[in-house]
Design a protein around this ligand. Structure first.
Ligand SMILES: [Ca+2]
Length: 75
């Protein structure tokens, strides 16, 4: 998960290009709260998709939840 600071350090964490590529989802050059939140939603989204594929009642619920998360993520 992206963090603003390196653990055990008071130095501000300067994200490198790979980190920005991975986490700066709104491409403003900073890994912000919104980016972290979107990344978290993405993880949840992927997991829900996985469960939805398993089918059954749980899969049905996951499918609906997945659509809701998708809606939140695609603003
Ligand atoms: Ca950003």
């Amino acid at each position: 998960m992206p963090t603003a600071h390196e653990p055990g350090s008071n130095e501000p964490h300067i994200p490198d290009e790979a980190e920005l590529e991975a986490f700066d989802l709104d491409h403003d050059g900073h890994i912000g709260v919104l980016d972290s939140e979107r990344a978290r939603l993405g993880v949840v989204d992927a997991r829900l998709e996985e469960v939805a594929e398993e089918g059954g009642v749980v899969g049905k619920i996951a499918e609906i939840a997945h659509k809701i998360v998708d809606k939140l993520d695609n603003d």
